[in-house]
Design a protein around this ligand. Structure first.
Ligand code: URP
Ligand code: ZN
Ligand code: ZN
Length: 454
C-alpha cells in the first residue's frame, strides 16, 4: 500500500465501525479491521472519525452578479473547500448571450483546470435562448455532463426561463438521461414584492426577505413539479429554504413525482433575524434566510430522509462588495460563503446536537450527491475501488468560526462566533494529502474534471 489509515471509526451511510483503510494508486484498495499490509506511510486515526470526502453540489466560484464577481475563484474557493473536508465541488457554467452551452462549458473548465485543488464537476446553466440551446444537450450528456440548471426568476438579469421553456428544457434533459436542477421562485411574486418595496422606499435588508417569500418558493416548486409529473421527468430543487417549499416538494413526491430536494446550512442554522443587524445586508442571499420554524421543518425533513442533499450555494462577496450596494437590498450582490463550513456546521448542529445521525450526514454530503451526479463508483463512499478521497475528523476539540481563520477570499463569515464540535485533521484527494495536521498542504495538487459514468 502507499498509505494505511489505522484504527479510525469508518463512517458510512449504513454504520460506523473501527477499521483500517489501505490506499494504493489513489484508490481505496482495502477496508478491514487490522490490515497488516506494509505501507510507505501510515496515519494513526485512533479516536477519529473517518469519512468519505464530501461533495459540495452547489458552488459559484467567480460568477458575475450585479456588476461584480463572487469573491472566490477556483483556487481560493477550492482551498476553502479542502479545509472544510470537501474534495469535490459541483460548480455552474455561466452562459452569456450568444454563447453555446458547449462553449460555456469550455470557458468554465478553463477557469477550473490547473486552479482547483479539489475535483470538480459542472452543472450546465441554460439561460440563453433555451429552445435553441437544448439541441446541444444530448451530445453534452454523452460527454458525461448530465446536470443542467435553470432559474424560474432573475428575469431582469436575463437568466429566467418561462414555464414553457422550462417544460422544453426538462423534457430534453430527462429524455437524454440528464437531471434538471431548478432555482425555484415565482418570478411574478418576486418582481411584484421587490417593486412594491422599492417604490415605497423600503430598502433595508429585512425587505429582501419580504420581497422573496416562502410562498414564491412554494408556488414555483408546485408549478415545476406539476410539469415534471406530466412529463414523468426527474427534477431537483436547489437551495430549498422554507417549510412551505418543503411541503410543496413532498406533496409532489407523494403524488409520484421524482423530485429531489437540496437545502443549505444557512437555512438550517441562521434565520431572518440577521437582516435586522446593522450589517444585515451582508446576509443577503437568495432565497433569503427564513424563520426558525422553517429551519425546524428542514431539520426534521433531513432526519426523516426527505431531503436528499445539503450543499452550500457558496457565493461569497467581501464586505466592500456588499457595501457597494449602499445598504439597499435590491442593489446588494446576492450570496454568502459556505463551502468551508458545510460539514463542520452539519456535524455540530446536526449530529452533535442530536438532530441527525452520522449516517444521514454521510448520505446528504457524500453518497446522495455522488449518486445524483453519476459519480457513485468513484466518489461519495468509502469502498474498495473508489477514489481515496478521505476526511479524518477529530470530534474532541471545540473551535469557534472566525473569518480570519477561514481560507476563502471573503473577509467576513455569516457564521462568525459559532462553535464547532471538532476539527478537520487530514484530507486526502485521490490519496494525495491536501490537509495534514489541520494545515493545507495541497498547493501543488490539482483536481480533475469529473464527469458522470455513462
Ligand atoms: O444569492 C445567491 N444564492 N446567489 C447565487 C446564485 C443563486 O441564485 O444560486
Ligand atoms: Zn439559486
Ligand atoms: Zn446557487
Amino acid at each position: 500500500m502507499d498509505l494505511l489509515i489505522k484504527n479510525g471509526r469508518i463512517v458510512t451511510s449504513k454504520q460506523q465501525e473501527r477499521m483500517d483503510i489501505g490506499i494504493r494508486d489513489g484508490k481505496i484498495a482495502a477496508i478491514a479491521p487490522g490490515l497488516t499490509d506494509s505501507a510507505r506511510e501510515a496515519i494513526d486515526a485512533t479516536g477519529k472519525l473517518v469519512f468519505p470526502g464530501f461533495i459540495d453540489a452547489h458552488t459559484h466560484m467567480g460568477i458575475p452578479i450585479m456588476g461584480t464577481h463572487s469573491a472566490d475563484d477556483f483556487d481560493s474557493g477550492s482551498v476553502a473547500a479542502a479545509c472544510g473536508g470537501v474534495t469535490t465541488i459541483v460548480d455552474f457554467t455561466v452562459q452569456p448571450p450568444g454563447q453555446t452551452l458547449a462553449e460555456s462549458v469550455d470557458v468554465r473548465l478553463g477557469k477550473a483546470r490547473g486552479k482547483s485543488h479539489v475535483d470538480f464537476a459542472l452543472h450546465v446553466n441554460v439561460t440563453d435562448r433555451p429552445q435553441t440551446s437544448i439541441q446541444e444537450i444530448p451530445c453534452l450528456v454523452e460527454r458525461g455532463l448530465t446536470a443542467y440548471k435553470v432559474f424560474s426568476t432573475y428575469r431582469q438579469a436575463g437568466m429566467m426561463v418561462t414555464w414553457d421553456e422550462f417544460r422544453d428544457v426538462l423534457r430534453v434533459v430527462d429524455a437524454s438521461g440528464g437531471l434538471l436542477f431548478l432555482h425555484a421562485e415565482d418570478n411574478e411574486l418576486v418582481e411584484t414584492g421587490t417593486g412594491q418595496n422599492v417604490a415605497d422606499g423600503n430598502l433595508a435588508a429585512v425587505y429582501h426577505a419580504c420581497s422573496r417569500t416562502a410562498e414564491a418558493e412554494a408556488r414555483a416548486i408546485s408549478r415545476a413539479a406539476e410539469i415534471a409529473g406530466e412529463l414523468g421527468a426527474r427534477l431537483y430543487i436547489v437551495h430549498l429554504s422554507s417549510r412551505a417549499g418543503l411541503e410543496a416538494g413532498l406533496r409532489a413526491r407523494s403524488q409520484g413525482v421524482q423530485i429531489y430536494l437540496e437545502t443549505c446550512p444557512q437555512y438550517l442554522v441562521l434565520n431572518e433575524e440577521m437582516y435586522k443587524r446593522e450589517d444585515g445586508h451582508h446576509w443577503i442571499t437568495t432565497p433569503p434566510l427564513r424563520t426558525t420554524d422553517d429551519s425546524e421543518a428542514l431539520w426534521q425533513a433531513l432526519a426523516d430522509g426527505e431531503i436528499d442533499v445539503v450543499a452550500t450555494d457558496h457565493c461569497p462577496f467581501t464586505v466592500a462588495q456588499k457595501q457597494a450596494g449602499d445598504r439597499q437590498f435590491h442593489r446588494t450582490p446576492n450570496g454568502i460563503p459556505g463551502v468551508e463550513t458545510l460539514f463542520p456546521l452539519l456535524y455540530t448542529y446536526g449530529v452533535a446536537e442530536g438532530r441527525i445521525s452520522l449516517q444521514t450526514l454521510v448520505r446528504v454530503l457524500a453518497e446522495n450527491p455522488a449518486q445524483l451526479f453519476g459519480l457513485s463508483g468513484r466518489k461519495g463512499q468509502l469502498k474498495p475501488g473508489a477514489d481515496a478521497d478521505i476526511v479524518i475528523w477529530d470530534p474532541t476539540p471545540e473551535q469557534v468560526i472566525r473569518a480570519d481563520t477561514l481560507h476563502g477570499n471573503g473577509d467576513w463569515s455569516p457564521y462568525e462566533g459559532m462553535t464547532i464540535a471538532g476539527k478537520i485533521e487530514h484530507v486526502l484527494l485521490r490519496g494525495q494529502t491536501l490537509i495534514e495536521k489541520s494545515t493545507f498542504t495541497g498547493e501543488n495538487i490539482f483536481g480533475t474534471h469529473i464527469t458522470a459514468a455513462r
